[in-house]
Design a protein around this ligand. Structure first.
Ligand SMILES: *[C@@H]1O[C@H](CO)[C@@H](O)[C@H](O)[C@H]1NC(C)=O
Ligand SMILES: *[C@@H]1O[C@H](CO)[C@@H](O)[C@H](O)[C@H]1NC(C)=O
Length: 618
């Protein structure tokens, strides 16, 4: 015991640097509690160790000190909030046991085929996935593939972490394969990782920070974030190979298990665990990694007196603002309607705005990452690769590039994938057709079969999300008592199917409804997706003290600088950092066509970096 005690002090001595908070409650805990967590090996999940806040400092790398009253909120491993309370009662999970099987709902509502979208490019789908990986994470997948891989085996029946997906015997696809079970684990919660919350419904725990802060590039935790810095000229570490600039690599990194050795060896060592996973995340992480250095270089040229620290944080601030600007003002209007978003207060195209309210904590809603899963519908599974002149080179399956960073670094593949991203159409998102690979083998050869959409719907239930009609009431104020009350939101044939699949209108799952809901006026997304996303974005603007459009955040942009940020486009980013990109269409989320023809990068407007010239030192 005494030995253990000293051991703990040893751990504490090296580990604890600031004030220690409970990750769930967000309140400081005593030394004894810290020792308890050390003994139980739960410090990683259950405590946040945070240096005291300085109100004037930059946005912290680990997201802490965003809210000065509750410094841990905004950091990793902190709880989400719910728009509507969990459908969960003590002792039972609040769900009817006779709900239709998720796989059955998926196959009857979403058919498998390929339909190219007439507006969006792959780049739009890639960018959205990249945004999702900033605020959510993939440890659920790692869990059922690696940590708890027996969910479809007899052993899985006894494991409370398992939640395998049952495949009905008459399944359209699997009746021929004999597969009756798809692996799945329950989401990690504060309870399952040992943070001992017995008085709440199981609440999901995430390793991402809940803010739009480019964690995929800069990381979610301080130690890893700092390891990415070069500590000179504000740069992130980088290396040059075959004339291309790359983030640093680690050939022994076990993340890239699908690299085909000996040719494919590259695997990145970056602050975020997500970067080597899905190829779109990988690609965009590389671009925005380079983009940081692109900005830092230009800042250094005009401000020779700035030190590494100032260059680094300013470049990061600009990089992150550029990504948020592109999401809000370039991509979302195409999907959700510019006028809709202006009317609902999401967009404010000119000048500053300040919605900050210190009483609101910087948190994600449980519903927001759930709604983003709807976007899986726009993911096309067959990537077309092109050269810089627009000639088709080859095809590759998206699912075969997962955890395979090495593919990018051979045969000019990164160039061809980059060109393909803005030349190829995404899958059509607002229809009831989904890509066959996404629906049957989304993990390629890592799993025999896996269905993204069934998986998404299963999570909807495992997170105790209330039924669709409760959200409809919440957003529209309309009381729904029978299927016919839903006529405004669904096509008649869809409504008929819904009433066949579900016994009661109260049973309809939120995500299943979203798959087949009508699109909103002036947009291409369902009513429910629209409302959940709008509520989250407004909440984020109200609760993120470092929101880039605020005039009085620490190190705020000047109005001249914000004016420059407003010029950011994804086309310009690709011109600046994309491999072999010398020509691109100005609206690169939109397919090349009349009014959006390819242009030389010289004609694509740029942010004028001189807005950051520091006159105080001339
Ligand atoms: C302690 O917890 C960490 C994080 O969950 C885990 O990776 C590690 O294997 C655990 N160590 C022991 C000795 O259980
Ligand atoms: C489920 O996981 C097990 C163990 O990794 C694997 O053998 C099995 O093929 C998986 N099932 C499917 C349908 O992929």
């Amino acid at each position: 015991m005494i030995l253990q005690f000293f051991l703990c002090f040893g751990i504490l001595f090296g580990l604890i640097q600031g004030i220690v908070y409970d990750s769930f409650d967000g309140i400081p805990i005593s030394d004894e509690e810290v020792i308890q967590h050390s003994l139980q090996n739960t410090t990683f999940w259950c405590i946040n160790d945070i240096e005291p806040c300085n109100p004037e400092e930059w946005r912290r790398l680990d997201g802490s000190c965003n809210n000065l009253r509750q410094p841990t909120r905004g950091a990793t491993h902190t709880p989400l909030y719910r728009m509507l309370p969990a459908a969960y009662h003590k002792g039972c999970n609040g769900q009817k046991s006779n709900l239709p099987l998720v796989r059955r709902l998926r196959t009857s509502f979403l058919a498998e085929a390929k339909v190219p979208d007439q507006t969006f490019t792959m780049l739009a789908a890639y960018f959205l996935l990249f945004i999702a990986s900033d605020i959510a994470n993939l440890h659920d997948t790692v869990n059922y593939v690696q940590w708890t891989s027996h969910c479809c085996a007899p052993k899985g029946k006894e494991d409370p972490m398992c939640a395998p997906i049952e495949v009905p015997a008459d399944d359209l696809f699997h009746r021929f394969t004999g597969i009756r079970c798809l692996n799945l684990t329950k989401p990690l919660t504060f309870q399952t990782v040992g943070c001992g919350r017995k008085d709440t419904p199981p609440e999901r725990i995430l390793s991402a920070t809940p803010l739009f802060d480019l964690s995929t590039v800069y990381g979610n935790t301080l130690d890893k974030s700092l390891a990415g810095r070069a500590y000179r000229d504000g740069l992130l570490k980088y290396e040059v190979e075959d004339g291309r600039i790359w983030p640093p690599q680690d050939k022994n990194n076990p993340d890239c298990i699908m690299n085909r050795k000996p040719r494919e060896t590259r695997c990145h060592k970056m602050p975020s665990d997500e970067t080597n996973t899905l190829i779109p995340i990988n690609l965009l992480s590389i671009w925005f990694w380079r983009h940081h250095n692109h900005i830092a270089d230009r800042l250094a040229k005009i401000n020779s007196c700035w030190d590494d620290e100032k260059l680094f944080y300013t470049a990061r601030d600009i990089n992150s603002a550029v990504v948020t600007q592109i999401l809000l003002y370039e991509l979302l209007p195409m999907m959700m309607g510019f006028e809709n978003l202006v009317n609902d207060g999401v967009l404010h195209p000119i000048g500053f705005r300040d919605l900050y309210n210190e009483r609101l904590l910087p948190q994600l809603s449980m519903e927001f990452p759930m709604a983003l899963r709807w976007l899986h519908k726009m993911q096309e599974g067959t990537l077309k690769l092109y050269d810089a002149d627009g000639n088709f080179v080859k095809k590759v399956n998206l699912v075969d590039l997962t955890v395979r960073t090495g593919y990018l670094a051979v045969d000019n593949n990164i160039d061809y994938l980059t060109q393909g991203s803005f030349r190829q159409a995404s899958a059509k998102m607002d229809d009831d057709i989904v890509d066959p690979d996404m629906a049957e083998k989304v993990l390629g050869s890592i799993q025999k079969s896996q269905d993204t959409f069934s998986n998404d719907l299963a999570k909807n239930r495992l997170m105790f999300i209330q039924p669709y009609i409760k959200y409809l009431e919440y957003f529209s104020g309309r009381k729904i008592t029978c299927f016919d009350d839903l006529a405004e939101f669904f096509e008649p044939e869809v409504l008929e199917k819904l009433s066949e699949e579900y016994e009661s209108v109260e049973d309809i799952d939120l995500l299943a409804a979203m798959w087949v809901e009508r699109s909103i006026k002036g947009g291409r997304v369902p009513y429910m997706f629209y409302n959940i996303v709008v509520e989250q974005l407004i909440r984020t603007m109200q609760s993120d003290r470092h929101w880039y459009e605020r005039p009085n955040r620490p190190h705020a942009f000047t109005s001249e600088q914000l004016y420059e940020i407003r010029k950011a486009t994804i086309a310009r980013v690709l011109c600046d950092v994309g491999d072999s990109v010398t020509h691109i269409q100005p609206k690169a989320f939109q397919r090349i066509g009349p009014g959006n023809e390819m242009r030389s990068c010289e004609e694509i407007p740029e942010i004028n970096i001189l807005a950051w010239k520091d006159d105080s030192i001339i």
